[in-house]
Write a protein of this length. Structure first.
Length: 276
């Protein structure tokens, strides 16, 4: 059992739980009318509370993943007793996970609590749950090889229900997104090996760390063969280039630094400097 697996096993026994730590929600509502801006004031707290208080997974608890969500409202229209809002939304952990949704549409009226039910589709709660599960699956992948698979399946199920709903806008794109991310097996393998190698290095297990960095390279090679400049792989590498280059330099892994120069040309100079 690896270090990260041992660590997460210890967390299972704790009484406290919560997959997400600090949840920061920001609104850009300049395009909304004054009464619409007033109407959505409670929504920031509603969203943060919804994400923090929902137990998204029974196994992986107390991860305390930081999450920043920015809503850019584009407008609203009266639809029945509620107003329906249109927005673009950014979800990011501040490190190597970042998702930007170009178009979400949802009704909102004060007084209704956000609640996620996989069977009963809700335009806003299901939208948030889709991305929360996407982020959670990506995080679990760093603790266990392909560990996030069943959580990715949750996002896929939400997307399929969204596609068939009365608020279907954007859901076909979200279904494609979860398919692309979950089947990017090379990146998923590389992420696990990178984080595991970092733990091994910090624990002084250098030979084992080198083996995991080699496994990371294999995963990145797999991505490269499929799509040399895959968006989420480039994002992952950008977030960790400096640490990766420094550790490979300390471990004397010149060949791996050369491999990274080829696999990650956007950060070529950083690897080159470490090699020199």
């Amino acid at each position: 059992m690896g270090i990260r697996q041992i660590w997460i096993t210890l967390l299972f026994s704790s009484f406290a739980y919560g997959q997400f730590g600090e949840v920061k929600v920001v609104f850009d509502n300049r395009l909304l009318k004054v009464h619409q801006q007033q109407n959505i004031l409670p929504l920031k707290q509603d969203i943060a509370r919804f994400i923090k208080m929902t137990r998204w997974d029974e196994d992986y608890s107390d991860l305390k993943i930081p999450l920043h969500i920015q809503f850019i409202f584009e407008g609203a229209a009266q639809k029945g007793a509620q107003e329906t809002y249109l927005a673009q939304v950014l979800f990011t952990t501040g490190t190597d996970q970042r998702y930007f949704d170009k178009s979400v549409q949802f009704p909102y009226g004060q007084g209704g609590a956000l609640y996620f039910d996989l069977v009963q589709f809700d335009p806003l709660a299901s939208f948030l749950a889709f991305y929360v599960n996407l982020v959670l699956a990506g995080e679990i992948d760093t603790y266990e090889p392909m560990g996030g698979t069943r959580i990715f399946e949750m996002s896929r199920e939400i997307a399929l229900r969204g596609t068939a709903s009365d608020f279907s806008r954007g859901w076909s794109d979200r279904a494609k997104l979860v398919n692309n991310v979950s089947t990017n097996f090379g990146l998923r393998k590389a992420k696990f090996s990178f984080y595991y190698a970092m733990d091994l290095f910090q624990n002084g297990e250098m030979d084992e760390a080198i083996l995991e960095y080699k496994n990371m390279i294999k995963g990145l090679d797999e991505v490269y063969d499929r799509s040399p400049r895959e968006h989420y792989t480039m994002m992952f590498l950008k977030a960790h280039t400096n640490d990766l280059a420094k550790i490979l330099q300390l471990l004397g892994q010149k060949n791996m630094l050369r491999d990274m120069m080829e696999l990650d040309p956007d950060n070529l100079e950083i690897y080159k400097k470490a090699l020199d």
